[in-house]
Write a protein that binds this ligand. Structure first.
Ligand code: CTP
Length: 410
């Protein structure tokens, strides 16, 4: 299942280094070879042993390892791969790359390579926003370095903002894009069948919250971050699907390799979803507002002294139920819904599956910080019963769900 392609992955020193391990697994599953260089700082976060076990190759750590120099010079190491990927790319690594420093193995390789370079920055939000980092970023971009992320969100240091490393699926999709750009055919004989098993399939994913206007400046919304839906879109794209992501207002960048259509209200989302059909599958991960204001004001509502105010709410269309009820031929072969519940999760979710006539429901218990968080604990319910998945990262849920969808469609 090897594609014959390989990536040189440089793991810098940051909390996000653990995500590089998942990236290695995605690359290996796709039949892409991975040779890893671990910086001294990176080795504070992940070990050569775990990387070696996942990549199946020796991990390079020291420029002055003479045995390696004899076996494979660093110039050769920097050029043997089809693409050089730096993840996490710390502020320090970006500064060194920009200045052309070559004081250790990683930076020497980055200076010596004749291959394309892709970086996934990861750092504290202030470091990211600092003029020095932004100038380095601009320099690297101008030199043709591709950049994926960073995402915005809660950070390990307790702050909030841009600086979190992109999710492994997003980096993987960016790698695939880069490899395809350089006209390397991953579909060639022996290409990773698992990774490409959704090639030729079109999948629509709804994601994020909807905003329902009260007046021109106010709206009704919910706490959905769009992370789970975007992770599902990325994981499907990583397996080769053509993905249209229909997203309510979120603070995330569109994942690479996915066409994102941004919408605001439930009615926009329905219209955009129907326009994106026909498709082989629809995944409704959006937290659509059940109600909208019947008579949203054209002008800003003014405060009436002392008096209360009530909003007249009417029901929104149900996207999942509408698409599930389409006649054969127009209905996607597989329709998957999510069910956010706070109690009696399985019972409510099973009833929801039947009521909305979708094929699967991914039920999640949102009573404990799932909204906006990075982890999810789900149960997948289909006509045959319920399958409990352990608590895991939203990106891992997405990868598992994409696998299940691929099995159902192929
Ligand atoms: N959904 C949808 N359109 C809506 C409401 C929900 O497509 N107007 C989809 C969601 O994307 C999700 C599923 O329906 O896949 C279930 O959403 P959920 O909010 O849990 O269900 P509701 O129908 O809103 O039921 P309730 O709020 O009563 O639990």
């Amino acid at each position: 299942m090897r594609s014959g392609k390989s990536v040189l992955l440089i793991i810098g020193g940051g909390v996000a280094a653990y995500k590089a391990l998942l990236l290695i697994r995605l690359l290996k599953t796709a039949g892409i070879g991975v040779r890893v260089v671990l910086t001294r700082a990176g080795a504070e976060f992940v070990t050569p042993l775990s990387i070696g076990a996942l990549s199946g190759e020796k991990v390079f750590t020291d420029l002055f390892d003479l045995t390696d120099e004899a076996e494979m010079g660093h110039i050769q190491l920097s050029r043997a791969a089809d693409l050089v990927v730096v993840a996490p790319a710390t502020a320090d690594l970006m500064a060194k790359m920009s200045a052309g420093l070559a004081g250790d193995l990683a930076t020497t390789l980055l200076l010596a390579t004749d291959k394309d370079v892709l970086i996934a920055p990861a750092m504290n939000v202030r470091m990211w926003e600092h003029a020095a980092t932004q100038a380095n970023l601009a320099t690297l971009r101008a030199r043709g370095v591709a950049v994926v992320g960073p995402d915005e969100g809660d950070m390990a240091c307790g702050e909030y903002g841009p600086g979190r490393m992109a999710e492994p699926e997003a980096i993987f999709a960016a790698i695939q894009e880069k490899l395809e750009e350089s006209r390397i055919d991953l579909r060639g004989p022996g290409a990773g069948a698992e990774a490409a098993d959704l090639r030729g399939k079109r999948i629509v994913v709804t994601s994020g919250p909807t905003h329902e206007p009260i007046d021109p400046v106010r709206y009704i919304a919910n706490r959905s971050s769009g992370k789970q839906g975007q992770a599902v879109a990325s994981a499907l794209a990583a397996r080769g699907a053509e993905v249209v992501l229909i997203s309510g207002p979120v603070r995330l960048d569109a994942p690479p390799g996915v066409e994102r259509r941004d919408v605001e209200t439930a009615r926009d989302m329905l219209e955009t979803t129907l326009a994106a059909l026909p498709a082989d599958a629809l995944v409704c991960a959006a937290a659509v507002a059940d109600y909208r204001v019947a008579d949203a004001a054209d002008q800003k509502l003014k405060k009436a002294d002392g008096a209360g105010r009530s909003l007249n709410l009417i029901e929104n269309p149900d996207i999942l139920a509408t698409v599930s009820a389409l006649p054969e031929g127009e209905r996607p072969r597989l329709v998957v819904g999510f069910a956010a519940e706070t109690q009696d999760v399985i019972a409510y979710a099973s009833a929801k599956r039947e009521r909305k006539r979708c094929d699967w429901i991914v039920a999640n218990d949102v009573s404990q910080g799932v909204f906006g968080g990075d982890e999810n604990r789900v149960t997948v319910i289909d006509a045959d019963g319920a399958e409990d998945w352990p608590r895991m990262g939203k990106d891992a849920v997405a990868v598992k769900l994409a696998e299940r969808i691929a099995r159902a469609l192929t």
